[in-house]
Design a protein around this ligand. Structure first.
Ligand SMILES: Nc1ncnc2c1ncn2[C@@H]1O[C@H](COP(=O)(O)OP(=O)(O)OP(=O)(O)O)[C@@H](O)[C@H]1O
Ligand SMILES: [Mg+2]
Length: 449
């Protein structure tokens, strides 16, 4: 059994959140936008700030968005207002709430007489404004006796009406004791997501700050493993850090595996990790995902040209596709190594790699090995070259992870198998890119998902 680790690291983020809590306590409220990838520790960080706020006497209320059909409009705010009704009840007792209560009771009956009130969301703009104004006045009233921290978690699943209320409140929080902590997965906010449109405005409001939660550094990974598993070797810490990018959820999953199996085997990807990464990969276009699957065969770092050859796609197209992957934070161009890219962490590569059906994986290994063999030096390790241009002459080629063997290379040692490669089918039985001979694409039924 893995011990639950106490709160680790995050000194600067915690300091920033505490300062926002202190400011709110002094009557200068604000909005903290807490962003980061799934499992990176956003909620845990918000909880840490809440412990501090509670100790300082604040009323802390949470509203969690959910990804569930049928969730009512304003759901996170309904939870916040219910929390206010319970948490800050003494601040409201004996007050004449009048029309404020009437408006709010449309969402949260506790604010009305409680006798059979019909919950009815606003129907037009005027109606909506009255509701927003009532919520704002209520929070202001509560904050006079006790400042309020409202955490809205998982805003990537927020409905548009809740976002509109958040925008309304964010315009005037700076002059009363309300701190809103808005937590969201930034990588799941596509351009057409309602939160994407709201974020620029929200972050410009007075008293707004944005905190991006990043992976643990290697020392914090070491602290985590130590707390979870007892003693750990330095080499193992570096390896877990490298594989997980310091994502605490992934570190925790690997720690569990380490406890159960006594070692970390290549390819033994914990289910929790696979699910989280798999869900994230779903935001990519099908073509981008397929190209990344090809790249997963080449290793943790891969060379653009080898990727193009193995995927049988022209360089400009692959560059576009890789841009999508970089934008979604799955891969990065390697610094000082033009023409080379790397997966953000090895668990992403491994997830993609494991999603490939074995026959296709073998074909891709073959294709890549043949490309390398055709090169001057027959696939010997070469120094990274200059930027690659389509059909450019005098190209120098870096080596993918394919033939590098253990560690950052491909997972099943198939690289040296000889034979014809074939492009990956797109799940419809058609090739995603033009075939250039070799084995025929697999039928759709052989592709997972
Ligand atoms: N600073 C930390 N110290 C110890 N454990 C942590 C820390 N940050 C995160 N964790 C642990 O890592 C796991 C994931 O963290 P958390 O749930 O906060 O991630 P998240 O960013 O909110 O993810 P999601 O987007 O899926 O909601 C949890 O088990 C949490 O307890
Ligand atoms: Mg969370």
């Amino acid at each position: 059994m893995v011990a639950m680790a106490g709160f680790i690291g995050r000194a600067s983020e915690v300091a920033e959140l505490r300062s926002a809590v202190d400011e709110a306590a002094a009557g200068r409220g604000g909005l903290v936008l807490l962003a980061g990838e799934p499992g990176i520790g956003k909620t845990r960080l918000a909880e840490e700030a809440c412990h501090y706020a509670i100790a300082a006497g604040a009323a802390v209320v949470w509203g969690r968005c959910v990804e569930l059909e049928g969730t009512p409009a304003y759901w996170p705010w309904i939870q916040v207002l219910r929390g206010i009704a319970q948490n800050a009840e003494h601040a409201l007792r004996g007050r004449e709430l009048g029309d404020m209560a009437r408006e709010i009771s449309r969402l949260v009956p506790e604010f009305g007489s409680g006798n059979g009130l019909i919950v009815r969301a606003p129907v037009d703009a005027g109606d909506r404004f009255r509701l927003f104004d009532a919520v704002s006045r209520l929070l202001r009233l509560v904050a006079r006796t006790r400042n309020v921290v409202a955490v809205l978690d998982d805003l990537q699943w927020c409905d548009a009406a809740s976002l509109a209320l958040l925008r309304h409140l964010s315009r005037d929080v700076h002059d009363f004791g309300l701190l809103v902590v808005a937590v969201y997965r930034d990588l799941e906010i596509g351009r057409r997501h309602p939160l994407a449109a709201a974020l620029p405005e929200l972050s410009r409001e007075r008293g707004a700050r944005r905190l991006e939660v990043k992976g643990f550094g290697v020392d914090d990974v070491g602290r985590y493993l130590l707390a979870a598993c007892g003693s750990v070797e330095r080499g193992l810490v570096s390896s877990v850090h490298e594989q997980t990018g310091g994502n605490p959820l992934f570190v925790a999953e690997l720690a569990r595996l380490l406890q159960d199996e006594g070692e970390l085997r290549q390819g033994a990807l914990p289910q929790g990790v696979r699910e989280v990464i798999g869900r994230r990969l779903d935001v990519l276009s099908g073509e981008c995902k397929r190209v990344l699957e090809v790249a997963s065969v080449l290793g943790r770092d891969f060379e653009l040209e080898l990727l193009c050859e193995t995927a049988r796609l022209p360089v400009p197209r692959v560059l576009e596709i890789i841009d999508e992957a970089v934008g979604a934070a799955f891969a990065n161009p390697l610094r000082h190594q033009p023409g080379r890219y790397g997966f953000v962490h090895d668990l992403v590569r491994e997830t993609l790699y494991q999603e490939l059906p074995t026959p296709i994986r073998v074909q891709l290994h073959q294709g890549a090995a043949e490309s390398l063999e055709r090169r001057p030096g027959g696939g010997e390790l070469a120094a990274p070259g200059p930027p690659l241009v389509p059909g450019g002459a005098g190209r120098r080629l870096g080596q993918g992870g394919l033939l590098c063997g253990a560690g950052r290379g491909a997972g099943d040692g198939q690289a040296g198998v000889r034979g014809g490669g074939s492009p990956i089918p797109d799940g419809t039985g058609q090739s995603l890119w033009p075939t250039g001979g070799g084995a025929p694409p697999l039928p759709a039924a052989d592709r997972p998902g």
